[in-house]
Design a protein around this ligand. Structure first.
Ligand SMILES: NC(=O)NCCC[C@H](N)C(=O)O
Length: 419
């Protein structure tokens, strides 16, 4: 175990998180809005939705989620409000507008008129347009061949319906924020918004980043803070091995962790991120899709001086327990038959958001999984998700914890494991 680790800054009021289960203090959500109204049967696949949500009901469901968090003392920050405030700052406006204009489909003529249009918008209207997109017919000033040949159903600026999954576009590791590098075309522009918020909004003044969207592919849904100093990173289509290795180099190099576990995840629609099959519900327990529990492996990444040492594959639960310095990483035994397990995994039954140890928000529809969690002593706070679920993400996907109580420091963990 590498003991040359700087202590994670975990002072009172520190932002960030060193676990999945420390008491949740502040979270960033995005209340879905006009961007969901852009979804049609023609574009929903490309926009990564499995259906056409009833938008008003999705908003009601999301409001229940936010209120459940508030009722448990969690401060809820809304991404669009932060974005509107951020876009009062000239540099932030430029960066977000530039991210739109880099779209190679535009062509110079359309790009120029679009630039002038966006530059003229009030910050809140600009925030709205950056999130909801701009349809061909809404942009009456449109010019150029790109615009002339665009179908009426197409967008000059694509909407961002997956912004609701705030987990994926940024993730905190210790007191640093990682701006992710989203893999799918439909989501790439999301990080121009989160990057601008973290860089320019006064709420985050002085916060340092540990990853940027210019680096290799990395999505927050793949990053699990197993415990102080131990980070698991799912790898596959969304987070590439190169992205996991880059994150490992950065967090290990900065003393934010002692071990990173790379965890290859089977690449199916239902299992696009590590958090679709496994989330933590206690300091030493996960709720996990049974078939993943049998098959997941982990490869440890540690630093030896300047060298990144790559271990050999080992069963995930064993490798995690060893890195965490605990006898066992428990799985809540859901004991479900394979069909029920598959149905509830599809509906994000394993994608819980812990508000603290043994207290987790979960979709109410996953009755069997939730019952087993309760039987195992995990208090479940059920929320509706029939419409939200069409985007294929649950409470963890829909939340970016900005501040949790720290459970410890990397230095303490390193010391404890060395004894
Ligand atoms: N962490 C997550 O699993 N997030 C859910 C992302 C769902 C979104 N429709 C996507 O395909 O990226």
């Amino acid at each position: 175990m590498n003991t040359q680790i700087a202590a994670v800054v975990a002072g009172p009021g520190a932002k960030g998180a060193d676990s999945e289960v420390g008491r949740l203090r502040t979270v960033m959500l995005h209340r879905p809005g006009a961007e969901l109204k852009r979804l049609t049967p023609r574009n929903n696949d490309a926009l990564l939705f499995d259906g056409i949500p009833w938008v008003g009901r999705a908003q009601e469901e999301h409001d229940v989620f936010a209120q459940t968090l508030r009722d448990h003392g969690v401060e809820v920050l809304y991404l669009s409000e932060l974005l509107g405030e951020t876009l009062t700052i000239a540099d932030a406006r430029l960066e977000c507008i530039e991210a739109v204009l880099t779209d190679p489909r535009l062509g110079d003529t359309l790009r120029d008129v679009l630039r002038s249009h966006l530059e003229g918008l009030h910050p809140e209207d600009l925030a709205h347009t950056l999130v909801a997109g701009l349809a061909h017919d809404e942009f009456t000033e449109g010019r150029g061949l790109g615009y002339a040949l665009m179908k009426r159903s197409e967008f000059v600026i694509d909407p961002l319906p997956n912004l609701v999954f705030t987990r994926d576009s940024s993730v905190w590791v210790g007191d640093r924020v990682a701006i992710s590098s989203l893999a799918m075309q439909a989501r790439m522009r999301e990080t121009s918004l989160t990057a601008a918020i973290y860089q320019h909004h006064p709420r985050f003044a002085g916060v340092r980043t540990v990853y940027s969207s210019r680096l290799e592919r990395l999505e927050g849904g793949d990053v699990l803070l197993l415990g102080p100093g131990v980070v698991a990173v799912g790898t596959g289509e969304r987070t590439t091995p190169a992205g996991a290795e880059r994150l490992a180099r950065n967090v290990l190099g900065e003393g934010l962790a002692t071990t990173v576990l790379a965890v290859p995840v089977a690449q199916d629609r239902a299992t696009m991120h590590l958090d679709t099959v496994c989330t933590m519900v206690d300091t030493d327990a996960v709720v996990m899709y049974p078939s993943a529990a049998e098959t997941l492996e982990a490869i440890s990444l540690r630093m030896n001086g300047d060298e990144l040492v790559v271990g050999t594959p080992a069963p995930f639960l064993e490798a995690a327990a060893e890195a965490m310095g605990i006898p066992e990483l428990r799985i809540i035994d859901t004991g479900l038959d394979p069909v029920t397990a598959e149905r509830e995994q599809w509906d994000d039954g394993n994608n819980t958001l812990a508000i603290g140890p043994r207290l987790a928000v979960a979709y109410e529809r996953n009755i069997e999984t939730n019952t087993r969690l309760e039987m195992a002593g995990i208090e479940v706070l059920p929320i509706p998700g029939s419409e939200l679920g069409t985007g294929r993400g649950g409470p963890r996907c829909m939340s970016c914890p900005v501040e949790r109580d720290f459970l410890g420091s990397a230095k303490e963990v390193a010391t404890a494991n060395d004894v």
